[in-house]
Design a binder for this molecule. Structure first.
Ligand code: SF4
Ligand code: SF4
Length: 402
């Protein structure tokens, strides 16, 4: 008797259908392999919100009895395979119902596998993925974060590729033939998808990761209130007011310690402090009270609190003063303002490197300015269609005046 438990960690509304297809595909493949399977979802309280991490689970078992035993658990405490289809989640995932940041491999069992789609090499991913005290395997499918299945995005075969890769990781549960048969027979099946599954099976890169390898940071955590500390009824205390910064200058707002933190973000703001006109708009508009007022009157986005919504970029009136950049280009949450204060020329070079990278500034979702959709639609129709990733760094610049 044996069972295979998989989790599919994904980003809220973008990848909801994709994750459901993967979990469903695992169950269908298990039936073709003569086994039993079930798939189910567990969310935070807001899985439909843009980008919020959520999870699906799939369990495959040799027998019905074994499957029932596993189903009796509300949520698996350990999984054999963690599937992650957005590598910005490699830094950890957080949803309100999960009590703070969880490393992406937190539930991965000793000798289990994390299967990721990413264009980054394994070494780069390991800078983000937290260490474990048991060995595990990192398996990599070369692909960018997929929103396959979302109504505005085309099919990119991600679900078929994940299933093909899984057949390589757990051949005793899902043979490649069983996976291909399931893909062929399901309503989203096609010969092309079967070919994609086979290619992914052949091309999967895997590396054994030793205990202690990976990101050495201590994962974010906070104390849960004890039962005797809880108040009667539902009370929501206001956030205390903040404190001044150096020498009484500047201001650091207090932030809600229980509110979701930085792991929900796929992009982060990069700020040009030299061109900031101190207009306050980013500070006023940020929905998460992220900005610290610095002693010189500029505004530093605190990366421990920023959710990456892009509102600050949208409201900033200065050309290229705030630019959203893909999260995978950053390795820590260090203060940009401190970096700028220490070495202005060095900061400028660092900033240009980030915002000049066309691939890194393309919006993974949403728009940079009001009316962009209508504008792009017209342009696309005029030229007969463009690639979805054809963004331009600072593309909002022409829409701004100081
Ligand atoms: S992207 Fe900007 S507006 Fe949004 S949470 Fe971060 S700092 Fe605030
Ligand atoms: S909105 Fe832009 S210009 Fe205004 S304070 Fe913020 S960063 Fe500076």
């Amino acid at each position: 008797m044996a069972a295979l438990t998989c989790e599919v960690v994904y980003r809220g509304i973008f990848q909801k259908n994709l994750a459901a297809r993967i979990a469903r595909g695992i169950v269908l493949s298990s039936r073709k392999a003569g086994r039993w399977g079930i798939a189910f979802g567990r969310y935070g309280d807001s899985p439909q919100r843009n980008g919020i991490p959520a999870k699906d689970f799939a369990i495959v078992a040799d027998t019905k009895e074994e499957l029932e035993q596993n189903m009796a658990r509300y949520e698996p405490k350990q999984v054999d395979v963690t599937i992650c289809v957005d590598d910005t989640l490699a830094k950890g995932v957080e949803s309100w119902a999960w009590y703070g940041l969880q490393p992406i491999n937190r539930l991965t069992a000793p000798n289990g596998t994390v299967l990721m789609t990413s264009l980054q090499p394994i070494d780069a991913l390991l800078k983000d993925i937290h260490q474990k005290d048991a060995p595990w395997t990192l398996s990599l499918l070369r692909a960018k974060a997929s929103f396959s299945g979302l109504w505005v995005y085309k099919e990119d075969h991600t679900e078929a590729r994940i299933l093909g890769a899984l057949a390589k990781i757990a051949p005793n549960f899902l043979s490649l033939d069983a996976v291909c048969q399931a893909i062929q027979e399901s309503e989203w099946g096609s010969d092309l998808k079967v070919a994609s599954a086979r290619k992914a099976h052949d091309r999967l890169e895997s590396r054994a990761i030793k205990p202690g390898q990976g990101n050495a940071e201590t994962p974010y955590a906070f104390e849960m209130p004890r039962w005797w500390e809880m108040r009667e009824g539902v009370t929501i205390p206001a956030i205390p007011i903040g404190k001044p910064k150096e020498g009484g200058k500047g201001y650091v707002p207090e932030r809600n310690p229980y509110f979701k933190k930085f792991t929900t973000r796929t992009m982060r703001p990069v700020i040009d402090f030299d061109t900031c006109v101190k207009c306050n708009l980013c500070w006023i508009a940020c929905p998460d009270s992220v900005f610290d007022v610095m002693p010189d009157g500029t505004f530093d986005a605190n990366m421990e609190a920023c959710c990456g919504c892009g509102v600050c970029e949208a409201v900033c009136p200065v050309e290229n003063c705030i630019t959203m950049v893909n999260e995978q280009l950053f390795e820590d949450n260090a203060s940009q303002w401190e970096m700028w204060r220490k070495d202005k020329a060095g900061y400028k070079a660092w900033m240009q490197d980030k915002i000049g990278n066309k691939n890194a500034t393309v919006r993974s979702h949403g728009f940079r300015f009001r009316g962009q959709y209508e504008q792009e639609l017209k342009q696309d129709l005029d030229v007969g269609g463009v690639e979805i990733t054809a963004g331009i760094p600072g593309e909002n610049a022409e829409h701004k005046t100081v």
